[in-house]
Ligand binder design. Structure first.
Ligand code: SF4
Length: 56
């Protein structure tokens, strides 16, 4: 299960750009998981997150 730790997220938007099917910005301007879908781009988003807020 992919998760975003909102305490670590700084709202940079990188994950939503890399993998928009899985991540979206929430009303608090932090990322959230929109759907638990298996996408190869999740790994790229995890590796690109500057604060390591995404886990799987
Ligand atoms: S890449 Fe990381 S810090 Fe940036 S919006 Fe996504 S979860 Fe937040």
């Amino acid at each position: 299960m992919v998760e975003v730790d909102k305490d670590k997220c700084i709202g940079c938007g990188t994950c939503t750009s890399i993998c928009p099917d899985v991540f979206e910005m929430d009303n608090d301007m932090k990322a959230k998981v929109r759907t638990q879908k298996k996408c190869p781009c999740i790994k790229d988003a995890i590796n690109s997150c500057p604060t390591e807020a995404i886990s799987q």
